[in-house]
Design a protein around this ligand. Sequence first.
Ligand code: HDD
Length: 707
Amino acid sequence: MPKSKSSKPSQLTFRKATVHDQKLARGQGGDFHQIAGKDSPVMTTAQGGPVADDLNSLKAGAPGPTLIEDFHFREKIFHFDHERIPERVVHARGYGVHGYFETTRSLKEYTRADLFQRVGEKTPVFVRFSTVAGAKGSFDLARDVRGFAVKLYTKEGNWDLVGNNMPVFFIQDAMRFPDLVHAVKEEPDRAFPQAQSAHDNFWDFISLTPEAMHMVMWIMSDRAIPRSFRFMEGFGVHTFRLVNGNDKSSFVKFIWKPKLGLQSVVWNEAVKINGADPDFHRRDMWDAVQAGNYPEWELCVQIFDHDFADSFDFDVLDPTKLIPEEIIKPVSVGRLVLDRMPDNFFAETEQVAFMTQNVPPGIDFSDDPLLQGRNFSYLDTQLKRLGSPNFTHIPINAPKCPFHHFQQDGHMAMSNPVGRANYQPNSWGLGPRPDPKRGFRSYPGDESGPKARLRPESFADHYSQARQFYQSQTPVEQNHIAMALTFELSKVETLAIRERMVSHLRNIDQDLAKTVASKLGMGKLPKAADAAVPPRDDLEPSPALSIIENGPKSFAGRKLGVLVDDGSDATVLKKLQQALKKEGAAMELIAPAIGGIESSDGEKMPADHMVDGGPSVLFDAVAIVLTKNAAKRLSQEATALDFVSDAFHHCKFIGFTEGAAELLSAAGVEPKADKGVVPLDSPASAANFVDACRQLRIWEREEKVKL
Ligand code: HDD
């Protein structure tokens, strides 16, 4: 059989080193020389030895073999082979930002925590936002809880407030955490689905866990698909303690409120964003910080005493319950500003080690069994991830206040005690000593009781606050919850699990149960699940729980995408730009070619995206500024049609010039469809359009487009 061309020994195999290779190796010629800047330092090995050639391994002749004495090659490959550390067992995908916390109200009356003593005190912080279930390389718009972990480098040690963007949790006892996480992650035999709760194992676990029902309402709501990290709240979840200088304790819940208001996307949009830009949330944060639009949150506290705790409808130590803002109004005590991206993702975002047990004197734990379990878990996981008890020596984890202790040695020890004494008490008068006055003193709660594996009776009501949450939503949001449940349960293959879930829904809201059952094509409504205590229906709705009710009424921090082509009306574009600038919003141009367009006044305008790369799901509102000819041309292109049709179906505001009408019609959007489709037909109309965009979405449309 004749040998195929490719199976012949290649010429290259026996090629002698060329003059070009040798020059390159000496850094004297070719492209390599041009890339090196004139002040580039000499490359060295990790041992500091200068390197002559970083492109070719040391060989005996050409092509080799490679020699084992090539210490530079060995070191380079060795290091590369060990670059990865275990990803976090949960919250693997995250994005970190530096900033500061400024105290705006003294809490001296309640806590001796140093950072809350003085108004104007600034504390450096590092915040890491995350999704929970997906792997490090998963996509940003998964339906999931978002982590909101804040490390405050206070003058009395690090305080880690390791929270989420939802104020309640799935389970009441840390003992159940591994099962919850196993159930939500990809199924162990098939290793899918990635970053999704829509599968049998998750809903099997949930439907067997009635205490999860309140959290189910949250994750099926739009809170689980935020528009950006910048537009979501953060919650410490647990009830913590504040302890003042007289050792008096109060209870507290911590809430971060975004200055730009709350905003989420819709599910159909989330699915498409994941394809168009899997890094949508990180890019949003990066862009905002680079542009100097520093994201900001207010820290609010709900402070209450033991009498309130005793009189409240639920146990304040139960992490599946919240205290409605209408019952205790959150008080603003500080602002969090994020103003600097890490220099290196791995060194900071990946290596940062948050631990709930990091609290400064004056902030203490409550007996919430979930919090107690977390205090054990976080230290443990850091050792696994970072490989040494010396992970506190890594700059992102080290306190920024002076610190002194006798801990020493271990892998990668960077700071060891100096001098003779490495223990205490010692009679040399050397080294640090505890200070009973300044040091952390645990609140002397008077706890006792027989040892038992138990759940308090006061944790038994699993449905009442779930119902309260659902009934506090606007009809649009209630519909989204019903659709999310339907979608998720439609991916569950086991009928009994779907039914079990609907039987829980009957204890939350009959209409919700009926809608989901009918959308799932379930013939008969299953009977309501047995409830440990009867669900209450006398809880007042809490409007603070709705995203739509608490919209920002501003387009600030948002982005308009403008579809343009040659000849686009220059005045409209300029007016839009001016109105957006005034609002504090951004504008990006989407054109048939990335090279850009020539507008009606002959100005060359570069595009930010070509049509295929800039679908409307990436923008908060869109404008179509086209000539008749351009609209006609683009009416033939699927991506341009999707641009318009998606924006309409996602209830976005759409501005359009007269010339663009044909594209709108071709995409099935009547130019007079509703008041969210706005003609840009006069110089004033651009500003009016941006005003209208302050509503963010035109929800009246949803009924018509059936999201
Ligand atoms: Fe957790 C990470 C938030 C319950 C065990 N958790 C982690 C992160 C956040 C939270 C934001 C990511 C931190 C980062 O960015 O590095 N976790 C929560 C909240 C909870 C909660 C708000 C309930 C109120 N967690 C929880 C329980 C346990 C854990 C009950 C175990 C008993 N969590 C961990 C962990 C992680 C973690 C395994 C994984 C990576 C890490 O800690 O650093 O220890």
